[in-house]
Structures are given as C-alpha cells and as structure tokens.
Write a protein that binds this ligand. Sequence first.
Ligand code: HEC
Length: 128
Amino acid sequence: MKKTVAFVRCFLHLTPFGACAKNRPRRFFAVAGAMLAVAGLAQAAGRSGEEIYTKTCKVCHEAGIAGSPKFGDKAAWEPRIAKGMDALMASAVPGTAKGMPPKGTCMDCDDAELKAAIEFMVSKAKQG
Ligand code: HEC
C-alpha cells in the first residue's frame, strides 16, 4: 500500500525527482504495459461497422468512386446483396479485379469487423 502511494506521488511528480528515479524505468514499463493491455482488449472487442466504414470504406463508397457500389444506393447494392454475405466477404477480403482493394484497405480489420462494415453498408442500402 505504502509503495503504491509512493508510486502515485512519483507519477504525479509530487515527490522530488531523485527520490523516484531508481524505480522509474521499471514502473514506467509496468504502466505502459498495462495501458497497452487495455488498448489491446479494446481492439479485441472489435470496432463497430459504422466506425470501420467511416474510417476506411467511406473514402470510396460514399461517392461511389472507381465504380464502387455507392453508400445508400439501393439499385447499386441490390444485386450484390442478393449474392449473400459469404460472397460479399469472399470479394471484400481478397479484393476484386474491378477495384475493390483487399480488406477495403483496412489491413488491421479482422473478419468480424469487415463483416460488420459490410452489414452497415448493406443495411443502409436496404433502407435507401
Ligand atoms: C479504394 C476504393 C475502395 C475502398 C477504400 C473500399 N472499397 Fe469496397 N469496393 C470498391 C470498388 C471499386 C468496388 C466494386 C468492385 C467490383 O464490383 O468488383 C467495391 C465493392 C465492394 C463490395 C461488393 C463486392 C461484391 O462482391 O459485389 C463490398 C462488400 C465492399 N466493397 C466492401 C468494402 C468495405 C467493407 C470497405 C472498407 C473496409 C471497402 N469496401 C472499401 C472500392 C473500394
């Protein structure tokens, strides 16, 4: 308990530097490690389809750039939706010769996140 208090005081720079210095590097890595672990968990929990869309897919799909099915365009999406989600994933993951880049350029997306992004576009197209 006493150690924790000392550490917090060190961390907040309440204790003169010299008094903390010897423990600093190790403490620093412990804190950095904990923060990375939390960030890792947040990542593993997955981002929403809308988040992925806005971050990566929107660049092309918002305006239908390069012949991509435009966001919310029912006519453009209908024949694609008809192929089913598996077929859409099968073209979105490796990309297509007609210009859809592999994973829609979201290289750190896992399949679940990509699928969520497609579902987001599909649901808007159905409303369209
Ligand atoms: C650089 C532009 C670009 C980006 C970025 C992009 N796409 Fe595409 N996308 C295209 C183009 C062009 C097509 C049409 C390709 C075709 O008909 O084969 C397409 C088609 C698709 C299709 C339909 C595939 C099919 O089988 O009909 C899906 C699903 C798709 N994109 C999902 C995504 C997702 C999800 C993202 C973001 C993670 C994304 N795209 C980002 C250009 C892009």
